[in-house]
Design a protein. Structure first.
Length: 681
């Protein structure tokens, strides 16, 4: 089962596809020759997940190489694994076709023709994946685009805002994509094939110790988070629905087994949650591991690495989770991080008894192999990957260099957690302007309501010192706007009360830990809540305080609008995005019912147009308004936060005068420093 990188001859591809299609036939008769008892084989399951179209080790926002990411490097690990193991199967977990300027270019700027293959799928075809799942971000560009680039025809009645699906199946990946828990409202059938059974010939050792070739049937089923119905409501509402991951597994796993599957692999785009199971659960894999008949789980969505003995992530420290060995309720499980940082590997020991293959879990080894070596260097990229998409890569670079305006100040997110709004205010201004104009033209019944906007930082150092928004003063290009607004969300607006707005800001304040002023030891200011949940208002008409000495839900104080306290019954229109308005991030009261504007325009496009119209941005007018401040408190010990190294002058330039360097190197090896914030100022 060893594979080489170059694209296989067309005849071989056609033959492989025929085998894959035949594996979904309804016959349940297993006509394979018998396998002698005691035959043994080793099988390595290889996983990529959350690639987000990071094909190359390249940052289109900075227009420079980024060795810490990239499919071209994990492709080297795949090649090495195929040399190491006699038998391998390569799978992708999803969140594959969206996430960089390259994906936006192919989906929105210069959409692919029907006979063209998506850049991400081109290189995956070349690596000869065996099967793939579908993540939540696959739905971001709509069902028409998804049907095209996956080579599928969906039996759905598309949303009115969608362009028609192609009249015939288009070019897609050369491997099957499966998804069991998203179904069409029209015919109540799964949108994709719910599973596939792969027929493979593997290298084994007979009970006499001699090498033999044996057959293996591998059932592959996949799931995606049911929350897609909220996150991409504009495309999916009334068009598809979801069923429970556990329920679909209990339905289809026995069916695969009845059709002769020796192994069943679950590709589930989600993390772990040991809470009470519900069919709408976002991270249901702790419960999926308890479904009989599954041999291994390939998971993702959380952008984490599993196994990881040192992990402090709550989902990896649950009962029944062995974060060191990679087992969940006894099930071998791997999560291969994100953006091509890691290759997931599950080494399985197979043995036959009574003519059937079984897995010896006592000999199963789970690991996540990083593209970064122990000496902090990185594995070399596989050259053929870059060569395969060179034209698409260069076209994307030219696209993102297109100038749209200028700025007299740097827009960064290095100190956004302590009040710098240089990368946030322009987003809020663009959103406010769009919504105010829309209301004036189309919603006269709401014309008397104040319009506010919330925006959050997408890049706050999660992946290290390079993972911050950093746009220098000078010309602003499209790649800069994409850096300010990372995802292709669409602009939504909701109508909320003063009480609802306070609850919204309380949820955003979960970004911070509760600080005990009496402690003399160092306390970290920020919690594990991601930056994109730190929604903030940046308006000269609005102000509020965040008291981090209080617990969650009790932190927002002194809400003032135009000089007067905000009444709980006051009404506001707030610009946001489809993700937040539809329930993303679990913000109280935001469940889709308060939406009054569901724009077809992306937040990023709204931002680009605003910058084009404004032309020249100044710090005074577009980068210095800070609606929120910390409630003043004197602490006995230092309160600290992490940001990129050597950035203190940017804080001063932004008017943040209460931060200082605490430790030049945080010890993580990721280019981060530890800074101290004086909450008494």
């Amino acid at each position: 089962m060893k594979r080489s990188f170059p694209l296989p001859p067309l005849a071989i591809v056609a033959s492989s596809l025929s085998l894959l299609l035949a594996s979904c036939a309804t016959t349940t008769v297993d006509v394979r020759p018998p396998i002698g008892d005691g035959t043994r084989a080793e099988m390595a399951l290889l996983e990529t997940t959350d690639l987000h179209t990071n094909v190359l080790s390249y940052d289109y926002f900075r227009l420079s190489e980024d060795k810490t990411i990239g499919f071209e490097r994990v492709a080297t690990l795949i090649t090495d694994a195929r040399k190491q193991f006699a038998n391998t199967l390569l799978f992708d977990n999803g969140d594959t076709i969206q996430g960089t300027a390259l994906s936006d270019y192919q989906a929105q700027v210069k959409p692919l023709a029907c006979d063209q293959v998506l850049a991400m799928y081109k290189v995956m075809n070349a690596l000869q994946y065996d099967a793939g799942g579908i993540g939540n971000h696959e739905f971001n560009y709509g069902l028409s685009f998804l049907s095209q680039v996956t080579g599928n025809r969906f039996n759905v009645d598309l949303a009115a805002s969608e362009k028609p699906m192609p009249a015939q199946p288009c070019a897609g990946p050369n491997f099957p994509l499966v998804l069991a828990n998203v179904l069409s409202v029209k015919d109540r059938q799964p949108l994709f094939k719910p599973y596939v059974i792969l027929d493979r010939t593997i290298k084994a050792v007979g009970n006499d110790g001699k090498p033999v070739n044996a057959t293996l049937k591998v059932g592959v089923i996949a799931f995606t988070p049911p929350k897609i119905l909220d996150w991409d409501k504009r495309w999916l509402n009334g068009v598809v629905y979801t069923d429970g991951i556990k329920e679909m597994a209990e339905k289809y796993v026995p069916e695969m087994r009845a059709k002769g599957a020796d192994l069943v692999i679950a590709i589930s785009h989600g993390g772990l949650d040991a809470g009470q199971y519900t069919p709408s659960m976002e991270n249901a894999n702790w419960h999926l591991a308890l479904v009989p008949g599954i041999d291994a789980m390939l998971i993702g969505h959380s952008h984490q690495q599993f196994p990881n003995a040192a992990s402090t992530i709550p989902q990896f420290n649950l009962p029944g989770v062995d974060k060191a060995k990679g087992f969940v309720n006894g099930m071998p499980t791997v999560m291969a991080n994100f953006w091509g940082k890691t290759l997931g590997v599950i080494q399985m020991s197979l043995v036959t008894k009574d003519g059937k293959w079984s897995v010896d879990r006592s000999k199963t080894v789970v690991e996540a192999r990083s593209i970064q070596n122990a000496d902090k260097s990185f594995v070399e990229p596989l050259p053929a990957v870059a060569a395969t998409i060179e034209a698409e890569h260069q076209a994307t670079i030219q696209y993102v260099k297109t100038p749209i305006g200028s700025s007299d100040f740097a827009m960064t997110s290095y100190f956004v957690d302590v009040g710098d709004t240089s990368s946030i205010q322009i987003v809020n201004q663009a959103q406010t302007d769009y919504v105010a104009n829309y209301v004036k033209a189309n919603l006269p019944q709401f014309a008397s309501l104040p319009v506010l906007s919330t925006a959050s930082p997408f890049k706050t150092g999660f992946a290290g010192g390079a993972d911050f928004t950093d746009i220098a003063a000078g010309n602003i290009a499209i790649n800069n706007a994409a850096d300010l607004y990372l995802f292709p969300n669409t602009l939504y607006a909701v109508k909320v009360t003063g009480a609802g707005l306070k609850d919204w800001l309380e949820a955003a304040a979960r970004r911070f830990r509760q600080i005990d002023p009496a402690l003399t030891i160092e306390q970290s200011l920020t919690s594990t809540a991601p930056g994109y949940t730190f929604d903030m208002i940046t308006s000269r008409d609005f102000s509020y305080e965040i008291d981090v000495t209080q617990g969650n839900g009790k932190r927002i104080k002194n809400l003032i609008y135009q000089g007067a306290p905000v009444s709980p019954s006051a009404e506001f229109i707030v610009a946001t995005n489809n993700y937040r308005a539809s329930g993303g991030g679990n913000f109280p009261g935001l469940d889709g019912t308060k939406t009054i504007i569901a724009s077809p325009d992306t937040n990023r496009d709204v931002l680009i147009q605003y910058i084009k119209t404004t032309k020249a941005l100044t710090r005074k007018d577009h980068g210095s308004d800070q609606s929120w401040r910390f409630s003043k408190v004197t602490t006995a010990g230092p309160v600290t936060f992490k940001s990129a190294a050597n950035k203190l002058p940017l804080a001063a330039a932004a008017g943040i005068d209460n931060v200082s360097l605490f430790k030049a190197d945080d010890g993580s090896g990721k280019g981060l420093s530890v800074y101290q914030v004086d909450l008494s100022k």
